[in-house]
Write a protein that binds this ligand. Sequence first.
Ligand code: ADP
Ligand code: ZN
Ligand code: MG
Length: 504
Amino acid sequence: MGNYQSFIGLEVHIHLLTKTKVFCGCPSSFGGEPNTHVCPVCMGYPGVLPSLNREAMRLGCMVARALDCTIPEATWFERKQYFYPDMTKNYQISQFASPLGQQGRLDVEGRSGERMIKKRVRIKECHLEEDAGKMIHTGTVSLLDYNRAGMALLEIVTEPDMETGEEAELFIRQLRRLVRYLGASDGSMEEGSLRADANVSINTPGAGLGKKVEIKNLNSSRFVRLGLNYEIARQGELLDAGKTVTQETRLWNENRDQTEPMRQKENAQDYRYFPEPDLPVFVPDAAFRNRVEASLVELPLVRIARFQETYGLAAEHAEILCEEKGEADYFEAAVAEAVRLGAAREDAAPRTAKLLLSEIRRLMAKGAYAALTAEAPPDRFPVTPGRLAVIVSLAARGKLTGKNAKQCLEAIIAENREPLDIIAERGWEQITDLETIGKAARAVYAAETDAFRAVREAGAEGQSGEKRRRTLTAFLTGKVLAATGGRADPEIAARKIEELIAGV
Ligand code: ADP
Ligand code: ZN
Ligand code: MG
């Protein structure tokens, strides 16, 4: 294939997490018996009036601001005319001339397979619109379910700044992470809460944008990658053969791993946009803007950087912990509590991360782990941040062995009880009592006379002897620990052994 430059722009639709639909009071929840979440407004009966759901406007503006977009002085709605059975009014209320968010950006940063991607993608606009109903085709009949009709959708449109399927896939994944962080959408691609149309063109380098093809309705970020890379190759072959690319809309066929033509694309004129006469212009006042700004939480990339800086975590661990806001919040709550209980932060943080990512993740059922938040009640998630902090702080102060820490987590999950009760009951507390450890050390002394003699002789043999002396001392200390089931304080055990070596 010749050398071409490729251009990718995405249009991503996300369902906003409002209780009700965007222009009526029907519930905005996924599922439900078909055609039960409907009313004359969202069914498009003649003569009914829409009214704007301000919460949808607030959530939309919040996402727009998180994407660094400008919110205009005034924003309004247009009618976008087209006929489709799942859109009973024969027009969709959308935004055209005054999208609620304009000219922003999303920095995308992360790994795609082996490659690191770091890219700034400009956001052209974000606009609010209503979703269509759902058509279900079964054999010879097509059924219509209008439960989804009128649900609040935010469409986010990028500039054609991406170049590969991998970049577009990462963009989608990080946009999803962002809207979940904000609590603006659940971002579930399986349930259709996040859908993408992907636009792609190629051209000889330096010649600017090519003729674009739009791949519609991609419902997984993987299909976005596969579809785009397929199109880039297909268009390259056309240009190689001296042909031109037809500007059209295509669909990804997941069974045949290829894009297929759907229709020649209509353009803006075809839709005959005109201002929606039944809805007033929305003027975001200072109070509204302040409310939007106040709800902007710390965003994922910023948080990942802070986790590395503040807690000394590896980039990879910081990224995993920050994938879901709930898990990141949980982690910070547990570390803060462990520090309050006396652990040093640079010690508590890696211990907490390790137990969370390797042990708790493994021990908890997948669904339960996914619902992790700092506030999850113990009957849903028995390892609360407070309970984990008790374990971490004991381990950090050398009062609980690593093995017992893991066993304690298992017991908490199985029994939903307090770690201190479990530790006391099973006798896992560390032994710091001098008398008990001294007795164990003397027993080792009696059993290991050869080793004790060797250690004393080695002490007199200079540098190599010193190394041997240390090895033997560690061996003898290990014997004391073993004799106490690993519970003796290692420092005290070592001291007792040193005393016996010195003949005290
Ligand atoms: P349309 O009017 O066909 O919907 P827009 O200008 O609204 O086109 O752009 C829709 C999406 O297509 C945007 O994400 C934009 O970045 C992208 N896009 C536009 N032109 C091209 C092109 N020539 N090549 C690749 N992507 C493009
Ligand atoms: Zn309704
Ligand atoms: Mg468009």
